[in-house]
Design a protein around this ligand. Structure first.
Ligand code: BQF
Length: 279
């Protein structure tokens, strides 16, 4: 039987409605409007789209947002200065630097400059460490969105074999940590994994975050698997995921679409982190 498609757009709208109420309450009871500052360096077209998505989500929910659009030639020092200023700006509760950064800027140095209490992307080593040990802190938006999707769809995680393909600091690695915290048995695969299909076929829950269009095909998954597609790849036909949707649809029990899947959840989890940054 064909898989059930997990509607990320619908789930995101539902969470947005909840956040709108929470923001309204913060304004009413504490006189606080959550504020998000986004820093975009350069003019990468995909990054511009993502930043626009974030601005729109803020507006929909009632979060104050400001976007700092800096030229590609901005020096690392100038960028660090801006971050330092935002770290000390009281009405800004969340600060994020849109990735990737131009070559001449060191990503790690920049991320470390963000105050951990305002690091709504959850990329600062303090937050990464907290995730690792299971302590409270900001969780990266994409992995948080994946867990939220599973939970709201009623898909149990405990005891399942979750296979994560991809080991980035933004998606794969933190997704594996969260699944582990929820008592899944976790396998992490990557570009050097030998016999990838052997591993992906073991998955009850398959999370794919490799950045290659239609990389995972139906023959690589187990009958009844839950397939979570993190990929956002621009091809001639439009946006496609890392999963070959058509060949996996017949075999999976649940599958996320692209567009309208994990990406939607990512943006709304950023909103959730920003609201939580007020506390
Ligand atoms: C959708 C991102 C790679 C590298 C840096 C909705 C987004 C994307 C797709 C979006 C992403 C991907 C974001 C869809 C933010 C997710 O409907 O499929 C929303 O805006 N995203 C980002 O900020 O940086 C990235 C992917």
């Amino acid at each position: 039987m064909a898989a059930q498609i997990i509607d990320g757009k619908k789930l995101a709208q539902q969470i947005k409605a909840e956040l709108r109420e929470e923001v309204e309450r913060l304004k009413r009871e504490r006189g606080i409007t959550p504020g998000l500052a986004v820093i975009l360096v350069g003019d990468d077209p995909a990054s511009r789209t993502y930043v626009r998505n974030k601005e729109r989500a803020c507006r929909d929910i009632g979060i104050f947002s400001q976007v700092h659009r800096l030229p590609a030639e901005t020096s690392q020092e100038q960028l660090l200065e801006l971050i330092e200023e935002l770290n000390h700006t009281d009405h800004i509760h969340g600060v994020l630097v849109q990735l990737p950064l131009p070559e001449h800027i060191d990503e790690r140095t920049v991320i470390q400059a963000i105050k951990p209490e305002k690091d709504v992307d959850g990329f600062h080593p303090v937050n990464v460490g907290n995730l690792h040990i299971g302590a409270p802190g900001f969780v990266p938006c994409t992995p948080r969105g994946i867990i939220e999707m599973l939970d709201r769809t009623g898909i149990p995680i405990k005891g399942k074999h979750a296979v994560v393909v991809g080991r980035s600091n933004i998606a794969g690695k933190p997704a594996a940590m969260l699944l582990l915290a929820r008592h899944a048995t976790v396998t992490i695969c990557h570009s050097r994994t030998v016999d990838l299909a052997y591993h992906t076929r073991q998955a009850d829950i398959l999370v794919v975050a490799v950045g290659r269009p239609r990389f995972i095909t139906g023959d690589m998954i187990k009958e009844g698997a839950v397939v979570i597609d993190v990929g956002v790849n621009r091809v001639d036909e439009g946006l496609v995921g890392d999963v070959d949707f058509d060949s996996c649809l017949e075999k999976a029990s649940y599958i996320t679409p692209v567009p309208g899947g994990v990406g939607r959840m990512t943006v709304v989890m950023l909103m959730k982190n920003t609201v939580e940054a007020v506390r």
